[in-house]
Write a new protein. Structure first.
Length: 157
């Protein structure tokens, strides 16, 4: 009985020859490029000096929520002080929103509507010198997570 010995090198040479002389084109495959995720305009345009993440109406409504709900425990300096700026500067806006939503009001956390919490955040942004615009701030975790809190320098009295 005769046994044949298989030569892997001969097989590889045959495949290469067939590719080269047979007109086949060999090329390295490139990984599929994934398109960059769509970035909402408010995230792409977020800069401390030009950010317009909320409307004036939201800040006004937030001031009303602040007066009715927050002012019994907090003063505006609590959200504009150097300590506040150090703690929240550079963090995602959603972190601030979630902190407020899950811990305030102190006697009944989570009892305000999403709109009231969002308006409160808008008011805090206004107190910190960020200008209002025409884009409404929405309580969307994905959008707010992409926004870093970049506060302009405090305004001197």
């Amino acid at each position: 009985m005769t046994t044949r010995t298989f030569f892997p090198g001969a097989f590889l040479a045959t495949v290469i020859a067939a590719s080269v002389f047979g007109g086949a084109q060999m090329s390295a495959q490139r990984p599929a490029l994934r398109p960059a995720p769509a970035v909402p305009l408010s995230v792409a345009a977020f800069r401390a000096d030009t950010a317009k993440l909320y409307t004036e109406l939201q800040a006004t409504d937030g001031a009303a929520v602040w007066t009715k709900t927050c002012s019994s425990c907090h003063e505006s300096k609590d959200v504009t002080s150097a300590d506040f700026r150090t703690k929240w500067g550079g963090r995602a806006l959603f972190e601030l929103y979630e902190q407020i939503r899950t811990t305030m009001p102190d006697d009944a956390p989570g009892t305000l509507t999403a709109e009231e919490y969002t308006n409160s955040v808008a008011y805090i942004l206004k107190l910190n010198g960020l200008p209002a615009g025409e884009t409404k701030l929405v309580a969307d975790s994905a959008t707010m997570s992409g926004m870093k809190i970049e506060l302009p320098p405090p305004v001197s009295p």
